[in-house]
Design a protein around this ligand. Sequence first.
Ligand code: ADP
Length: 543
Amino acid sequence: MHGLMMDTPLLISSIARHAEKFHGDREIVSVTMDDPRHRYTIRDAVRRSRQLANALARMGLETGDRVATIAWNDYRHLEIYYGVSGSGYVCHTINPRLFPEQLVFIINHAEDRWICTDLVFVPLLEKLLPQIPNVEGFIVMTDEAHMPDTSLPNALCYESLLDAESAEFEWPLLDERTASALCYTSGTTGDPKGVLYDHRSTVLHAFASVAPDVMNLSSRDVVLPVVPLFHVNAWGIPYSALMVGAKLVFPGPKMGDGEALYALLEEERVTVALGVPTVWLALLQYCEQAGKTLESLDRTVIGGAAVPRAMIEQFEKVQDVRTIQGWGMTEMSPLGTANTPKAGQEGLGDEERLDLATKAGRGIFGCELRIVDDHGTELPWDGVAYGALQVRGPWICSDYFKLAGAGGSHKEDGWFDTGDVATIDAQGYMAITDRTKDVIKSGGEWISSIELENAAIGHPAVAEAAVIGVAHPKWTERPLLVVVAAKGQEIDKQALLAFFKGKVADWWIPNDVAVVDELPHTATGKIKKIELRRQFADYALPE
Ligand code: ADP
């Protein structure tokens, strides 16, 4: 027997309608390419997304068509999120920092009909143009005064396009399983793979992420996503922030600038900021050097890579800012776990609490977790046994776009293999030991590169650290520590290696230290291990 409840689809447009009605006056502040501090309200954003929807319909787009964006975090990008997805088209967010050949692959694979671009990326697209012949036109996200002289065909001005349209638009009543957005994984190996979100998965993910034990987002919050809108939908913030009516602050092109971020955080009274660990290095360094403290910030949500213990400690002890570590991936919309305390942990000492905070967190409702051994047998949740981490849930991809089962990550019983290796403790806190492909295999045993990096970062002379496996005649692989020295510091290799004593098992201690000026980063700000391994492929470890 079915229940007697309304069959109302979970649609992205319903978030826009709700936000406009209940939180219309809430501000959205953006740094943009042509305005250092643009301000308007949620009501304006939703109105303009309806104008965009009218324009796209006039351009002949049909349900399911892909409209790409290549842009920083600002209000126009947010309007495109709603205007495109709300109309039943697919908003394909492109990471501008990918290699040109990856960009070409992605645009062609997605069959993007139109591309909305920030001014700064116009020259990049001009270069790619001969290789993306199927794109019908480009919408430059600026006003008439800033329109560039461009060789891009059908280059329309975003503001003029909107000006010509009515704000009256009835969002279509779509099936909630209609595709809404598309994001390609960075593809550290092989071609990038497309993850196709739908309205239902997006709305459920937003419901889950605002919960108190996840991001605890409310209408009282001021949210600054440093995580880009092209990186897994900025972890769902465009949806969750509007769902609850939080004020949004978009940093535009200023994401990596510690001083500019600090000014935004303080002046806009930001309470929650989100990003990968690397971006916080710049902010914390700026605060330290300039002797500044973060007055309004209550918490940071950090994920996308392991959060160093020293960073959590600095946020907490120096800045009085709580860190919520999250773990997830593009394939998971992205949230899988969040690290927030449970009842009974009030009495934990500083050290124990920090130990716990360095874990990835506990599974949030809606994302099931399991760890399995090489034979697929489930491992115990004892915090010690580690194995392949697999997940299942309504916002986890069931396949990759146009790969029809060839992605190789889905198990026969429907679980998705994350490619991460993890432990889960008796309280349900999961800790990532490594990515399957980054784990160092020494004498048949595994060494966690993440744990070594975390320990290295704790040394005051180290600004950034990465550990990779280097070929070894006897042990197959041994760890090499690659570090960037902190400002004004010299690295004493022997002292640094001695620093690991007592922090990790003796046989885990790296065989050598290489000091570099800079570590290579991926387009999303993570350390690019694949590139490091290439750089150090012939590295001769000392005897
Ligand atoms: P990619 O880097 O492949 O584009 P994602 O941005 O989706 O993909 O990254 C997902 C991966 O990032 C996870 O599989 C995991 O290896 C890593 N990751 C994310 N959050 C954490 C975390 N809190 N701790 C350790 N690793 C993390």
